[in-house]
Structures are given as C-alpha cells and as structure tokens.
Ligand binder design. Structure first.
Ligand code: ZN
Length: 160
C-alpha cells in the first residue's frame, strides 16, 4: 500500500550533512512513525507521501522544511549565578528552560565565560540542510487508537 495520512511507516534511514558526515541513522529497521501527524519533519514527510514498501529515495531537506532556521534571539547570555550548579555547566550540556512565551525548550550551552553562560535554544540541527537516504521497509494502516493519539503503538513504537 502507499504512504498516505493515517498509515504507519517503517523506515531505514541515514541522515548526512552537506559534507557527507553521518549525523543520525536508524539502528535497524525499527523506526516507525504515523504519517500525516507531524511526527517527523515536513520535508521528509512530504517526500514520502505516495511511496510504498521497497522504495528508496534520497531527499535534500531545507532548514525551513527541517528543524527551522537558526534564530539569533534564541541565543542568550545568562548570568552564571543563575545556576545552582555552575561548576557542572560546560559547553555541550543541555537542559530544559522556559522560553519567553512560556513553552518548554531544550537549550544547549555553547560558551562559558567568566560571569555569563551562552545558551542556544535552537534545535541542534536548525539552519542545516539535511540529506536523507531513506528506504521504506513497511507500510500499514494505523489503528483507530493510533490515529486518535497521533502516534504509533506496538512493540517497536510508542509505549504506554
Ligand atoms: Zn498512544
């Protein structure tokens, strides 16, 4: 069957940057997602619509269709004394913070200065072109419960 909204898709994928460096890949054939529910980035989801099991494709996804463009206003300097555990704050450390609009964001420490810590609330892959090599392994109809929840259930999907 073809990939369309409310199907569950099993993928094998490799994600590379523009230099050919592997950023991420499926460990085995167990990456499952619910199509049409915004479980994956739009550029990948759109390219997969209409494909079926056995299809292989290479997809170049722009930042706008991927993890977004890098926004300067998400990079902020925070006074070091705001942290209880400032000695544990190192470049690369990630933690949850609250954005100005109140939503939860993951921020990454990008620089530690004498008095301030620079944190970046952009997604680690924001601003990057993403190169996917994808193989469609399986396509099945989603259950009514999966459609209602907006994600995949089952042994290799979302667990309750
Ligand atoms: Zn569920």
């Amino acid at each position: 069957m073809q990939i369309e909204p409310n199907t569950v898709v099993t993928l094998h994928y490799t994600l590379k940057d523009n230099d050919g460096k592997i950023i991420d890949q499926s460990d085995d054939d167990s990456f499952l997602y619910l199509h049409g529910a915004m479980n994956i980035i739009p550029g990948l989801e759109n390219a997969l619509t209409g494909k079926s099991a056995g299809d292989e494709l290479s997809i170049k996804v722009s930042p706008e269709e991927g993890y977004g463009v890098k926004e300067e206003n998400r990079i902020q300097e925070v006074p070091k004394d705001m942290f209880d555990n400032s000695e544990e704050i190192k470049v690369g450390v990630q933690f949850h913070a609250q954005s100005p609009d109140g939503s939860a964001v993951v921020v990454t420490v990008t620089e530690v200065k004498d008095d301030v810590v620079v944190v970046d609330g952009n997604h680690a892959l924001a601003g990057m072109e993403l190169n996917f090599d994808v193989k469609v392994v399986n396509v099945r109809e989603a259950s009514a419960e999966e459609i209602e929840h907006g994600h995949v259930h089952g042994p290799q999907g979302h667990q309750h």
